[in-house]
Design a binder for this molecule. Structure first.
Ligand code: CU
Length: 236
């Protein structure tokens, strides 16, 4: 029976895991920030699974036992041990381990001053994205071209309601709030197209508020930039 249960668990988990790739999967990271997010996710998944299995095992064990009087002093002491180790020590240790990984990971994702950071401004509106490259005076709509292996600071704001900027394969999401600029640092490892989506319900067409991040090699990006800078301003 246990063997059959184990087999069906393997089949079920492999079915679930095949759904972990794809253009909107945080578990298919394509940049340093996304890798930290997915690393934390897997760590929490493993710890959470161990805790679940342990609790279910204890519950099953408890259900099999006959009732005993709690007046028994020895039994009382045993129960106190369970409360201290299982109810206080174990959660404290688990939370400490998670914080020891989680806090430095969150810290590394912040946009600290660095040498080769590129700046891209994104303004959200119902229901599209206006992209501006301040250093090159380029404007785009619903698509963002970036060079690979370069940290990009996205300066995010909104012109109407709260939206949220999210490119799952590149990193975590960040809210875009009217009257405020939030900065999100993302980086792509390899050339390719990464899907983005508004992650905060913002009205009727929220589900269709999508964009694309196109990562190009350094040479291709330089060529793209030159091509766009040469366009006369009044045609944009
Ligand atoms: Cu939205």
């Amino acid at each position: 029976m246990l063997k059959r249960l184990a087999n069906s668990l393997v089949v079920a988990s492999s079915l679930f895991l095949t759904a972990c790739s794809g253009p909107m999967s945080t578990l298919d990271p394509a940049g340093p920030s996304a890798r930290m997010v997915s690393g934390l996710w897997w760590g929490m998944f493993v710890v959470g699974t161990l805790v679940l299995v342990g609790v279910v095992w204890l519950w099953w064990h408890a259900m099999q036992r006959d009732g005993q009087s709690t007046a028994d002093e020895q039994l009382q002491e045993k129960q106190n041990r369970w409360v201290i180790w299982g109810g206080i020590a174990l959660p404290t240790a688990a939370i400490t381990v998670l914080l020891a990984f989680g806090i430095p990971a969150g810290h590394r994702m912040l946009p600290w001053p660095a040498g080769n950071v590129m700046e891209v401004h994104v303004e959200a509106r119902q229901w599209y994205w206006q992209v501006h490259y301040p250093e090159h005076d380029i404007e785009l709509l619903n698509e963002i071209y970036i060079p690979v292996n370069t940290p990009i600071d996205f300066h995010l704001t909104s012109q109407d309601v709260i939206h949220s900027f999210w490119v799952p394969r590149l990193g975590g999401k960040l809210d875009m709030i009217p009257g405020r600029t939030n900065v999100l640092r993302l980086e792509a490892d390899a050339p390719g197209t990464y899907q983005g989506q508004c992650a905060e319900f913002c009205g009727r067409a929220h589900a269709f508020m999508k964009f694309e991040v196109i990562a190009l090699s350094a040479e291709d990006f330089a060529a793209w930039q030159q091509e766009h800078e040469e366009e006369p301003k009044d045609e944009r």
